[in-house]
Design a protein. Structure first.
Length: 77
């Protein structure tokens, strides 16, 4: 059952990243610094999710919530 959760977690992460990336590309007022911060935030999120999928998939929902909150905070700057 653990491999199934890992695959679902990775697919969910990729979907969320894709949706946020599309939204980011549509935001024409988004500046260079914010784009760099978003890329770093996304890279860190991807790494954390992959590490969690190998170790403890149960923490992935918390990682997704944190990523969501961080992205919203970045857009509100």
């Amino acid at each position: 059952m653990k491999p199934l959760y890992s695959v679902l977690a990775i697919l969910t992460s990729v979907t969320i990243i894709g949706m946020v990336t599309i939204s980011t590309q549509q935001a024409s007022a988004f500046g260079f610094v914010e784009r760099q911060e978003f890329k770093k935030l996304t890279k860190d999120f991807e790494k954390d999710v992959l590490d969690a999928a190998i170790g403890d998939p149960g923490i992935i929902p918390g990682l997704v919530d944190k990523y969501h909150d961080d992205v919203i905070a970045l857009f509100r700057q």
